[in-house]
Write a protein that binds this ligand. Structure first.
Ligand code: CMC
Length: 432
């Protein structure tokens, strides 16, 4: 689907003048006032901190219906994709705007294996990070470093783009696993041609030269599903960062590194780590969830219930529903009884019955249940946001690709309302 229809005009009366503003309607009926000429025609700009009511671009990659709790990638419902696809299949869908045929998927997997190693000179970079380095710091630095080892894209329509996208997808997984191995002082485990994307990742994380990792197909499936849940989410903070940085025409590696940094924040992807730390604290303090609910409601306290609330969803996040189901399945099949799952479910029950959360339409988001599954699989807490980044990567690349191919694309450069001083007389340094 492309473009949208102009469906009438909105009128803005201001300063004794009336200005007509075109109203654009997309094919699902969402309407937006086109304010591109507002400054020229009326001498006005638009004030929208946090861009909560701003449409920054046209996009056909994914669509979030926040009222209905619906998420689609390239037209397909997240539930169908999570149940029936591998992560690589979904990455192909996002990048190519169609589900792959079997030969296309095989070819994509072959490419993925071919590009899975990182340049051997980059291995030495890991050695200089302190042991407690957060893997998101290592990940973003390594990704931007890839730009010095691999060629930049010359054009966006070519086979080169496929190779760069595959290179990034495959290498991010290797870098993520290596950063974990470095943090625990174990030797790196290299990727293997014999394993699928997620199995390879689990093997690089959890096997060692002296210890095989018994691959559990149930966990491989869970990993695939969890990565799929994170693969794209329209113009969220990190995706907008990728687009904003990319609008200055810097290379794709730098854009992705910037996206990783944005994702790290606790209000965004970093929330999955925060959730577990919050649940662990509740557990340590005896498991009473009422205190945390009261703290989250206290308007004078900056604390928020991590893994709750969303800018777009005003109902249950569809990803959270699937993540909760995966969590229960994985813990059940592994025979793990984690007190944090019980605390999370009690917290959810209490919050959903509390007028504060009901009135503000605050529900569990994707980050609420994922950490408990990652914990059961054996990932340390500070790797959770790295897993989010691995999942979001195909979305970032697809959104970037869409942006560079858009003939109307311009550098992103918002305006401001100025609150600083003006016309100060200059004071020479000796007189200050
Ligand atoms: N706990 C307590 N109160 C909350 C929460 C929360 N988690 N989230 C929102 N509120 C309150 C907020 O204080 C405000 O109350 P009031 O109207 O009295 O001022 C109201 O709900 C609206 O919140 P907002 O800050 O205007 O909402 P926003 O759209 O700007 O923020 C959010 C969205 C996700 C940053 C926010 O809900 C939040 O901080 N949640 C916790 C962090 C989190 O879980 N982040 C992961 C988001 S999903 C994954 C991803 O996309 O990264």
């Amino acid at each position: 689907m492309s473009g949208e229809a102009e469906s009438g005009k909105a009128q803005l009366a201001f300063d004794g003048r009336t200005v007509d503003l075109p109203v654009l309607t997309d094919h699902i009926g969402q309407r937006a006032v086109d304010i591109r000429n507002l400054r020229k025609d009326a001498g006005l700009t638009a004030f929208d901190p946090g861009f909560a009511n701003t449409v920054s671009c046209r996009s056909g990659v994914s669509y979030v219906d926040g009222e209905a709790g619906r998420l689609v990638y390239r037209g397909y419902a997240i539930e169908d994709l999570a149940d029936n696809c591998t992560f690589i299949e979904v990455a192909y869908l996002l990048l190519h705007d169609r589900l792959p045929t079997r030969p296309q998927l095989e070819q994509f997997s072959v490419l993925m294996n071919r590009h899975s190693m990182i340049h051997e000179d980059m291995i030495t970079f890991f050695a200089k990070y302190p042991e407690h380095a957060h893997p998101m710091a290592v990940l973003s630095a390594m990704v931007v470093s890839l730009s010095s080892f691999y060629p930049e894209l010359e054009e966006s329509e070519s086979e080169e783009l496929d190779i760069t996208a595959t290179r990034l997808l495959s290498k991010l997984r290797t870098i993520a696993a290596f950063s974990y191995k470095k943090s625990i002082g174990e030797p790196f485990v290299y990727p293997s041609y014999k394993l699928s994307y997620c199995a390879n990742f689990l093997n690089m994380m959890f096997s060692s030269p002296v210890r095989d990792y018994p691959m559990d197909p149930m966990l491989v499936r869970a990993m695939n599903q969890l990565l799929i849940l994170h693969a794209d989410h329209d113009q969220n903070c990190s995706t907008s960062t990728v687009r904003l940085v990319g609008s200055a025409r810097v290379n794709l590696y730098a854009c992705i590194a910037a996206g990783i940094c944005a994702l790290w924040g606790p209000l965004h992807g970093g929330a999955n780590q925060e959730v577990i730390e919050m649940l662990e604290l509740i557990h340590k303090q005896g498991g009473n969830v009422d205190g945390v609910i009261e703290k989250a409601k206290d308007r004078k306290d900056p604390f928020r219930l991590s893994g709750f609330g969303h800018r777009i969803y005003k109902t249950y996040d569809p990803r959270a529903k699937i993540a909760k189901r995966i969590c229960q399945e994985v813990l059940g099949k592994l025979g793990v009884s984690d007190p944090l799952l019980d605390i999370a479910m009690r917290l959810e029950e209490k919050a959903l019955a509390d007028p504060f959360f009901v009135e503000r339409k605050l529900y569990p988001n994707v980050d609420f249940y994922t950490g408990i599954t990652y914990r059961a699989i054996g990932f340390p807490t500070d790797m959770y946001t790295v897993l989010f980044a691995l999942g979001r990567l195909p979305g970032w690349i697809s959104q970037w690709q869409e942006m560079v191919r858009d003939p109307e694309q311009k550098i992103w450069r918002p305006r401001q309302l100025y609150t600083g001083q003006n016309n100060l007389p200059f004071v020479p340094i000796d007189k200050r």
